[in-house]
Design a protein around this ligand. Structure first.
Ligand SMILES: [Zn+2]
Length: 77
């Protein structure tokens, strides 16, 4: 049995530029940049739903969500 790598050591999905770690090990992934920045939680359904925001707004929302989301990350397989 091997110890799983912490989430920050795994390769990030394509397009993800920043990740905010939640208390239970999910991440809120930020994609894009500038005026075309999106975000998505890997634990729950929270996200920008295909809409784009200025990166300041997207990061603020992603971080705020990461601080309070308690949904577990979905299995990757
Ligand atoms: Zn969430």
């Amino acid at each position: 049995m091997t110890t799983p790598l912490p989430v920050f050591a795994e390769p990030w999905p394509e397009g993800v530029t920043h990740r905010y770690l939640t208390h239970v090990g999910a991440t809120v992934d930020v994609t894009g940049g500038g005026d075309r920045t999106g975000y998505r939680c890997t634990g729950c359904i929270y996200g920008s739903s295909g809409q784009y925001w200025h990166e300041n707004v997207a990061h603020e929302r992603a971080q705020a969500h990461a601080e309070k989301c308690l949904a577990l990350p979905r299995p990757t397989q």
